[in-house]
Ligand binder design. Structure first.
Ligand code: SAJ
Length: 415
């Protein structure tokens, strides 16, 4: 199992390809995005992840990682393409299906096909079906084509480290597939490899992210309750978490990114009647940005031509990723209500297209605060923890991440 074909060179596929190449595999990476492929062919990257650029440069230079828009023959095929949902929250498996159909002509007896994309229960079995449909010449069981799911579980910002150190769950469509795929991961993963079947592996990933979503929803609900009862939610959670068996996550302006806010829907969509708590958690987290907007509206009601400083745009702390960020939606909404918004986001150089209008200005943090009547903290970047309290004198502060509480304690609404 020396030659690996990685389908999809995004936030998971490219680091996976680079780590495999760095561990002695010959890797052929495939993406439909020609710009990404051209960059990688030159030893460059099209996405940001700490230390990824150096690693890609090195393995491309060593001839261990090649990139192309078409697959090739390999011992192991890894599918790491997006699995978004459609308008009605139904999973969109079109990328998985297209990737499977494009590798099908290259599959030979003895090959291993692994789905890493987070997927609804039953997807790995569907992959087996799509391959059988296209390759009538191969009897999958008799000729040993091994098909398994091994969900990626890495945290953006720590991907290279976690690809090696995290435990992995491997579940095949049969026991031979599980063994073969587990053997492959044993070749480079330092964490434990846990063997199960494909459906359990699929569900375990969905359960992990839903668990986090439900816990964050609990924190967000507590923040709204505490706001009503005039209790500082940050102090409350810190105290409650001193109990040895309590571990409440942190509230915020909503849940963003492309995993936690998406994956629970794969469970809800397949078993809507049985997933009441998971659905309610999604609703709580999805409605939090609206709550923040209402708080700002209330705070600005007696100010003519209010000016608002919004601190942070990314979907979580210390990254530049704005995808599905609640902060972006909050800023967009505030500016559309004809308020002047100064945005401070130290990790970006220009505003995303959807925020480019005359009411929104990308500013330095101190300038944004100086120009405004209200300061709304939306992301807990380390950078904001150093804000000098003198800038916050005479400002109304709405702090959705409990960062400025250490700086200024009066006129503070922590929600
Ligand atoms: N958030 C809170 N409060 C918290 C923690 C997070 O409001 O206490 C918010 C963040 O600000 C962000 C969102 O939740 O908007 C998601 O951030 P995250 O750090 O919880 O997760 P992701 O989306 O970056 O990565 C998750 C991880 N899953 C788990 O921790 C169970 C990661 O391990 C998965 O690999 C990744 O999803 C994925 O790809 O599925």
């Amino acid at each position: 199992m020396k030659k690996v074909c990685v389908m999809g060179l995004g936030y998971i596929g490219l680091p996976t390809a680079a780590v495999l190449a760095d561990n002695g595999f010959f890797v052929h990476g495939v993406d439909i995005n020609e710009y990404a492929v051209k960059k990688i062919q030159k030893g460059e990257v099209h996405i940001y992840e700490p230390n990824l650029a150096q690693k890609v440069k090195q393995v491309v230079m060593d001839g261990l990682l090649k990139a192309s828009t078409t697959p090739t023959y390999a011992d192991v095929f890894i599918i790491s393409v997006p699995t978004p949902f459609k308008e009605n929250h139904e999973p969109d498996l079109s990328f998985v299906e297209a990737a499977t159909k494009s590798i099908a002509p290259y599959i030979e007896p003895g090959n291993v096909v692994i789905l890493e994309s987070t997927s609804p229960v039953g997807t790995t079995e569907k992959i087996a079906g799509w391959i059988s449909d296209t390759r009538k010449d191969i009897d999958m069981l008799d000729q040993n084509v091994y098909i398994a799911h091994c969900p990626e579980r890495v945290l953006p910002g720590k991907i290279l480290e976690e690809l090696i150190s995290n435990d992995r769950i491997v579940g095949g469509i049969n026991q031979e597939s599980t063994q073969k795929a587990a053997q492959f991961y044993g070749g480079f993963v330092k964490g434990e490899i846990h063997r199960t079947n494909a459906r359990t592996a699929e569900m375990s990933k969905l359960a992990e992210n839903s668990f986090r979503d439900v816990n964050i929803a609990f924190a967000n609900e507590l923040s709204i309750i505490c706001d009503e009862l005039q209790i500082d939610v940050w102090e409350l959670i810190q105290l409650a978490n001193r109990h040895p068996r309590v571990d409440i996550l942190q509230p915020g302006p909503g849940v963003g990114g492309h995993c936690i806010a998406v994956d629970p829907w794969f469970i809800i969509n397949s078993v809507p009647k049985q997933s009441r708590l998971i659905q309610e958690a999604r609703k709580v987290n999805d409605s939090k940005p609206e709550y923040v907007i209402e708080k700002v509206k209330e705070a600005t009601k007696n100010i003519t031509n209010p000016k608002i400083a919004c601190l942070g745009l990314s979907f979580k702390a210390n990254i530049d990723d704005l995808r599905e960020s609640p902060a972006v939606n909050i800023v967009k909404n505030l500016a559309s209500k004809n308020k002047k918004v100064y945005v401070a986001e130290p990790h970006i150089e220009e505003l995303p297209v959807e925020l480019r209008n005359e009411n929104i200005t990308l500013s330095k943090t101190d300038e944004a605060i100086k120009n405004s009547d209200i300061v709304v903290l939306l992301v807990d970047h380390d950078y904001f923890k150093a804000i000098d309290s003198k800038y916050l004198q005479d400002k109304i502060v709405i702090d959705t991440k409990g960062v400025l509480a250490r700086v200024k304690t009066e006129i503070l609404q922590t929600i």
